[in-house]
Every structure is written in C-alpha cells, then in structure tokens.
Design a binder for this molecule. Sequence first.
Ligand SMILES: O=C(O)CCC(=O)C(=O)O
Length: 299
Amino acid sequence: MLTLTQAQDKRKQLVEEGYCIVDDVLDQEFLAELRQVTARIRAEEKQSHSAVKYHGTLIEPAFRDPVYARLIAWQPSLDLLAVMGFGDVRWEGSMYLISKLPFGPPLYWHQDWGWWNHPVSSEARPMQVFFSYYLADTTVENGCLRVIPGSHLRRFDLHDKLLIGPGHVDWTKDEKAEGVNEAMLLDHPAAVDVPAKSGSLVMADARLLHSTRANQTPEHRPLVLVWYFLDFDRFPAEIKEACKIEYTFRPPNWWTGDVGDAVKPLVVQGERTGAAIAGTRVPGVHLRRSGEQTGDDGE
Ligand SMILES: O=C(O)CCC(=O)C(=O)O
C-alpha cells in the first residue's frame, strides 16, 4: 500500500497527465491464477483475429470464471483508490481480455469518453478510468501502452485527425476498425511509452489519447482491462441516468452462487429518476486547446 504522500502524487499524475502506474498491486499467487484462467479462455475462444487485429483479442471474460469477480473487487485496488482520495467507485460493467498477438500491429490512437457533449468533460477530475493489469511485463518490444499526457484535458492536433463519431472507429461497435486511418497509427511527438511490470496497475482516464506499440516478439502480451467510474455520487444526474440504462446485469450476465457478492456494491443500479443524456465520443467545445477559455463549462 502506498503512503499518503505517494498516493497523492499518483492522484496528481492521474489528474494532470491522465494516467499513473502503481506497482505490485496483484500478488504472485493471484497473478498466476489470472494467467492460467486467461490463457484457458483465450484458447477456448473462437474469435477471429482478423476482426480485432489491432487489439489482438477483445474477449469479455468477466462472467466466465470466478477469478474475474475477485479482480473487479480486488481489495488492494479499491484501497488504493480510497487512499488516492476517490470515493463511490463503481464497476462500469465491462472487462476485456486483450491479448496482443505475436508480431501483432500497434493499437491505433483513440480515447474512450462517451459524454463529450456534457460540460463536465472539461473538468480535471477523473470520472471514468480503465485499470490495465498486464499479465506479462510489457516493453516497447512487446507492445506496451502509449499515451499522450494531458490529452484528456487539452486538444492536440491528433484529436482532429481521429475518425470518431458517425462512421467512426468505435471498437466496441466496429470491431473490424475499418475506419482506422494513417494518422491513427502514426508516431506522435508528444507520445510517451508506458511499460509496466506484470502485477502493476496502469490506471488511465477514459479521455486520454492512448495506443500501443506493435508486438515484435513471438509471445502473446496478455492484458485484462477493467473499467470503473470514480466518485459516481458526484456524476451529473443525466450521465448517471445514462449509466443506469447501459449497465444492467441479469443472468447469464452474472456469476453463479455467491461468487459475485463482493462486486454487488460496485454495480451501477437504482430506479430511473430522470432523463438520460445521449452521449457522444466526439470531443467538442469542452475539449479546449491550450490556453483557450470557452466559458462554456460553468466556471
Ligand atoms: O492493449 C493495450 O495495452 C491497451 C488497450 C486499451 O487501452 C484499449 O483498448 O483502449
């Protein structure tokens, strides 16, 4: 567990740069179990690699093994968020097994925030984060994550080149990613490599521009990625309502018996109480260029 000062530094980095890494969040025993189950699921899955060539695999494993319920509610990660000062943590409902294939291509630049039309998008506080648990050490050679620090709060030239919106590359809906263009695969002068040790937690804001290096090795590079909302009680009501519509769980989308009990407090639930926002993944006026003041966000 980090000291308070270390945790505050991680929070500062997450808020200002859009990401941070915390080492040794998973212990060796749990990591071994995750590796074993994840390899089994990858082998069982009949996913066509050509359909998800940029990711490698894009499998939703959550309800296929109890180990993933433990990962979602992994106490050291939740304790870490608490010491970093985040409350009301919710599991967004999704988890992906992204196994970059041997000699697989880089992942294209993209960001994952879905409510760019809401003024809250310009606020520094992280609301939605992905937790990446790499099950093998990642390096520049085997396809580590790349990010553009600060791109969650500031518009870069790259934002205007990414194909998003209608006909766009939303890989959750267009797994073939046919709209990927050249700019989305290019190097960028502001890009930073984020190599990580297995067992570390790489945490990043959904708004951050990110991609990966290519895998230049003959080994798979496995990742289990989990999405969370932070400080959900402070979400704007219309986004909360949108979450209530999107993230519902009914069998078979749950584990059997008491396996999912620890996850229950993390689930978005509740009666609908108002209108939901129709979101967009296209950053609009709420993503400002450096130094630009729009005055549109209630500041
Ligand atoms: O494969 C990776 O390392 C990153 C995947 C990712 O962040 C994404 O698909 O959005």
